[in-house]
Design a protein around this ligand. Structure first.
Ligand SMILES: C[S@@+](CC[C@H](N)C(=O)[O-])C[C@H]1O[C@@H](n2cnc3c(N)ncnc32)[C@H](O)[C@@H]1O
Length: 390
């Protein structure tokens, strides 16, 4: 008898767990949209009783955690896939598996090879694994983050934390990228290259990915320093290029990064990512001047925005919100979030866009929303919008 997709999925899940390759399984998209249970997150956990599966049941207002052995867990997952959820995503060391049920009841199973396998850990009180180690780290020492003994300097603790957090956030995003022989990465406005070096080192030396990485920076001194450090570290596929975000000659990158590029330089970088069809665009915007200058609010909102600080914050929200919508209109699924607590840096917003195959309806919806928001704030044109219009 032919195996059903549910049976195949569960078999792969069991194999991944038994071979200690399972990272996570999530069950989401409740069949009943009003259901109180929103999703279930399942991860392996090493307890006194042995290796078990930890289930976190996420309800709208609370979480419930339970541990099961493989047999019980498979039974629970089977029931949940048949009755409660439309989507099951399994992340394992070498393969990601997606089980989807369409509203008409059609079932699909998709596998994706993993580019950057995540180290699998099972410890119950999972100690936070640091993705960047300060000891014997040449680039951190040469960039002045650590001292000669390999200790993080007191005044560089925030920077060190930021580097680790950044890699933690990129790790799952990179894992979802389509398989490629060489992963091309461009970091626009790479500055002193803290994050560029860390990402290269992590992907090449820790995960074993073939990477070609270019940092683009218009300051000659920074380009020279960074290229010297790359040579000292033996990072042969990392190069820093003197040039501008707008015009630097680079190959179309799979991942385009722009962290803290000032004002509209972030837009120039996003534009290049969209033009290149980059699979992933990651940016942390910096100052937001363009939209604030364009604000012309006549509605009741003007009584709130007469306070400079509120106008400034509102302008930031609209600038970045429109950036995300413009990316959505060009086939990206976006996430906007704070990537590190404001106590470490105020420039902590991150916009991540992952290229998906969205249709015309999604594009029209995004464009329509952009238009309405612009009208609400009297904005003629977002700088990125102008670039995209050509
Ligand atoms: C605030 S720093 C951020 C550096 C790095 N991305 C980080 O987050 O640590 C911004 C860097 O972008 C560079 N930059 C700004 N606009 C640029 C442009 N249009 N072309 C090239 N580099 C630019 C600046 O020289 C500066 O080094």
């Amino acid at each position: 008898m032919q195996q059903t997709h549910t049976e195949t999925f569960l078999e792969k899940f069991s194999q991944a767990f038994q071979q200690k390759k399972l990272v996570k399984l999530t069950l989401s998209k409740p069949r009943d949209k009003k259901a109180d249970l929103k999703n279930i997150i399942i991860t392996p956990v090493n307890l006194k009783k042995g290796l078990l599966l930890n289930f976190v049941y996420r309800y709208s207002t609370r979480d419930i955690t339970k541990n099961f052995d493989l047999e019980e867990a498979s039974e629970k997952i089977w029931q949940a896939m048949e009755k409660d959820f439309l989507l099951a995503d399994m992340y394992a060391a070498e393969e990601n598996l997606k089980f989807m049920v369409s509203p008409s009841g059609k079932v699909k199973l998709k596998t994706h090879a993993v580019i950057a396998p995540v180290p699998v850990t099972f410890s119950h009180d999972r100690k936070k694994e640091r993705l960047v180690e300060p000891e014997n780290n040449i680039y951190l020492r040469e960039l002045g983050v650590t001292n000669e003994k390999g200790e993080v300097k007191h005044d560089k603790k925030d920077k060190f934390l930021q580097i680790n957090r950044y890699l933690e956030l990129l790790q799952p995003e990179i894992k979802q990228l389509p398989a490629a022989e060489i992963l091309k990465i461009a970091d626009m406005g790479s500055g002193k290259g803290y994050l560029t070096f860390a990402l290269y080192d992590y992907l090449v030396n820790r995960v074993g990915v073939n990477v070609e990485m270019t940092g683009v920076e218009f300051r000659n001194d920074l380009v020279k320093t960074c290229n010297d450090i790359a040579i000292n570290c033996g990072f042969i596929n990392l190069e820093f290029l003197k040039g501008t975000i707008e015009e630097a000659e680079i190959d179309d990158p799979d991942i385009l990064i722009a962290l803290h590029a000032c004002d509209t330089a972030t837009d120039d970088a996003i534009y290049r990512g969209i033009q290149a069809g980059s699979s992933l665009i990651v940016c942390a915007p910096c100052c937001h001047k363009q939209i604030r200058k364009e604000f012309s609010v006549t509605s009741e909102l003007s009584s709130v925005l007469k306070h400079g600080i509120l106008e400034e914050r509102q302008a930031e929200i609209i600038t970045d919100g429109l950036r995300a919508l413009l990316m959505e209109a060009h086939g990206y699924k976006t996430r906007v979030f704070e990537f590190i607590s404001t106590e470490h840096t105020p420039k902590n917003l991150m916009i991540v866009g992952r290229k998906i195959s969205s249709g015309e309806a999604a594009r029209d919806k995004a464009l329509n929303n952009i238009q309405k928001i612009k009208e609400m704030f009297g904005v003629k044109e977002h700088y990125l919008e102008g670039l995209l219009k050509g």
